[in-house]
Design a protein around this ligand. Structure first.
Ligand SMILES: [Fe+2]
Ligand SMILES: [Fe+2]
Length: 157
């Protein structure tokens, strides 16, 4: 599996969950909590494999992406803290939907930058074989990803 294809698949999965959340009614607390649980699971594993495998490889092999990578880590920092808050928050709390809305805005902006601004540069520089090799390592690492968003390296930055 190509590393960038794998990451884009994750982005699509998360976007599908966001759409489900947006469609759920204001009183659908149980349903929204379930969707948010899946979002937490997906994004925690995704940020983990980006931060431990993909971002360091991009930075090492494509030095001009360094600024993008550092900015992306700061965005992850905000996202994982918001995930940890959502995990504890009662879905009936008046802050729940608002927090989720801001999380979705942050993630959509972040995904756009990854996909439009700097993943294409990484694809060009790394080539098919290296991306395959990274993708295989990332697919494996997913199963050992932490479940707690605050265990993601950027949480402690
Ligand atoms: Fe990311
Ligand atoms: Fe991503």
């Amino acid at each position: 599996m190509d590393a960038i294809v794998l990451l884009k698949d994750d982005h699509k999965t998360v976007e599908r969950l966001f759409k489900q959340f947006e469609k759920a009614g204001p009183k659908a607390h149980k349903e929204k909590q379930k969707i948010v649980g899946q979002v937490i699971e997906e994004l925690t594993a995704h940020t983990y494999i980006e931060e431990t495998i993909f971002y360091p490889a991009a930075r090492a092999d494509v030095p001009e992406t360094g600024g993008h990578v550092l900015e992306s880590v700061e965005e992850h920092h905000v996202v994982v803290w918001m995930l940890s808050e959502l995990k504890k928050l009662d879905p009936a709390d008046e802050h729940y939907d608002a927090k989720m809305t801001v999380l979705m805005e942050n993630v959509r902006h972040h995904v756009d930058e990854e996909e439009q601004d700097w993943f294409p540069k990484v694809r060009e520089a790394l080539g098919r074989k290296r991306l395959q090799e990274l993708g295989e390592r990332m697919a494996e690492a997913k199963s050992e990803a932490p479940r707690d968003p605050l265990k993601i390296p950027s949480a402690a930055r």
